[in-house]
Design a protein around this ligand. Sequence first.
Ligand code: FES
Ligand code: FES
Length: 161
Amino acid sequence: MPEVSMTVNGKPAKGQIEGRTLLVDFIRENLGLTGTHVGCDTSQCGACVVHVDGRAVKACTMFAAEAEGAEVRTIEGMAGTDGTMHPIQQAFRDHHGLQCGFCTPGMVMSAAALLAENPTPTEAEVRDYLEGNICRCTGYHNIVKAILAASGQDVSRIAAE
Ligand code: FES
Ligand code: FES
């Protein structure tokens, strides 16, 4: 079997894979990083979003071999080394942006990519960006609020839900 190597959360990672191995399966099964979820088999849910060379990517839509040499970041790479939550994670917690939590890793990774390219998005821009991330629990309101809060915007006038 061919070998693939990449950097994952700042550390070298490699493994033997089949050509058809998806990046999400390499991350979960070879590397044991199970924070990246699989919620569908139709590339719709966004639970599997990671960053590949700084871009948000649905890891179920990419072969692991295509990430050869890439810098990959998963949800496990978001918190500080001392366990301090990333500001986006903290905002999800503070603003009740999760219930069951299944969609949350993908939501946080998508939010981080959004804020990297648009540091102060409008509510409409956040909703538009999250089109590829499905949440079955929250109704999205508090997720959007959390992301706006993480961007440093005043969300005190946005009602809780
Ligand atoms: S697992 Fe649903 S989009 Fe990737
Ligand atoms: S919090 Fe349950 S799917 Fe989003």
